[in-house]
Design a protein around this ligand. Structure first.
Ligand code: SF4
Length: 316
């Protein structure tokens, strides 16, 4: 499986070519809403999981196969926490040297307390991070970080990164019903946002299969409350329509698995995404996927999602 996938439609980044620098699932958080399931075990060491040059070669190949305008952003995102790749700085700089397409990094922000990580992301055009909780207790309940990653260190890391970082810093709040949508929880988050001073605040709703079955998106009332309290400019992200490109891999099944591993899809999305191929290819691909042992179907609130087989989703 390659580390480069897509482009896929992104809610914030248009048609986004994904670079997934870590193996499934490499994370030091275990967020209750994680779309690629529970983290087991936690990974905390930064490693060169894949060779920097190999990843850059893959990016070069995909760029040469696409026309100008087909890719809006190149985004580090994927099967876990991107900054756990010890070469993330080289990767960001390597892609920047290769193309004028803007580069984004999606990170949980847990390693911003390390000066070298802050420096490594400095060259990215946008850094998208998260703040789901404004108190240590809620942070532990939602993000369930590795034990040594305490809240004060997490928050001061974000503030330190903002001081250094000159480009677009976007902070995402995943809004969940009866978890962080109360007035008190939102006021706590707002107080921290005013210290971080991000360029944009985004409100997301869990729309992919959450690791925990009890996670629900905030309702209309909760969303309105969040918009009012978090920031005058907070925007609510809605799912984006767009084209999934399965062409990064040698064949269609690998291409679909490459995307599902990083971006679980509803059955309808999958069928629509395959619509451009001839009917026989679609049927045989769906059949091959079912028999491959590489995907699993997870149902959340009546919706069937095609998810990576290796991911572990809670059932109760
Ligand atoms: S949502 Fe992101 S930070 Fe949270 S567990 Fe999943 S990969 Fe890790």
């Amino acid at each position: 499986m390659k580390q480069v996938f897509g482009p896929v439609p992104s809610r914030r980044l248009g048609q986004s070519l994904g670079i997934d620098p870590v193996p499934m699932k490499t994370c030091n958080f275990n967020c209750v809403y994680c779309q690629i399931g529970r983290t087991r075990p936690y990974r905390t060491e930064r490693r060169h999981n894949f060779k920097v040059e190999d990843i850059l070669d893959q990016v070069r190949d995909v760029l040469s196969a696409h026309h100008t305008g087909e890719i809006d952003w190149i985004t580090f995102v994927g099967s876990g926490e991107t900054t756990l790749h010890a070469g993330i700085g080289e990767l960001v700089r390597g892609v920047k040297e290769m193309t004028d397409i803007p580069v984004a990094v999606i990170t949980n922000g847990s390693l911003f307390y390390m000066a070298e990580v802050r420096q490594e992301l400095a060259a990215a055009d946008a850094v998208l991070t998260k703040l789901d909780a404004g108190s240590p207790a809620l942070y532990r309940r939602i993000n369930r970080p590795y034990q040594s990653l305490v809240f004060d260190q997490f928050f001061s890391g974000l503030v330190a990164f903002r001081k250094l970082y000159q480009h677009q810093l976007w902070v995402d709040v995943m809004l969940m019903k009866d978890v962080n949508d109360s007035e008190r929880a939102l006021e706590d988050i707002a107080a921290l946002l005013s210290k971080i001073q991000p360029d944009e605040v985004h409100i997301s709703l869990p729309s992919r299969p959450p690791a925990e079955p009890w996670v629900r998106p905030a309702d209309k009332e909760g969303i309105e409350r969040a918009k009012k309290i978090l920031s005058a400019n907070a925007s609510v992200l809605s799912p984006r329509e767009g084209k999934f490109d399965f062409g990064c891999e040698e064949n269609l099944v690998d291409g679909v698995v490459g995307i599902i591993n990083r971006h679980p899809m509803t059955e309808t999305e999958l069928i629509n995404a395959l619509a451009g191929w001839d009917a026989t290819a679609v049927e045989s691909t769906i059949e091959a996927l079912k028999n491959s042992g590489r995907v699993q179907i997870v149902t959340r609130q009546g919706v069937r999602f095609w998810c990576p087989a290796e991911a572990y989703y809670g059932s109760s």
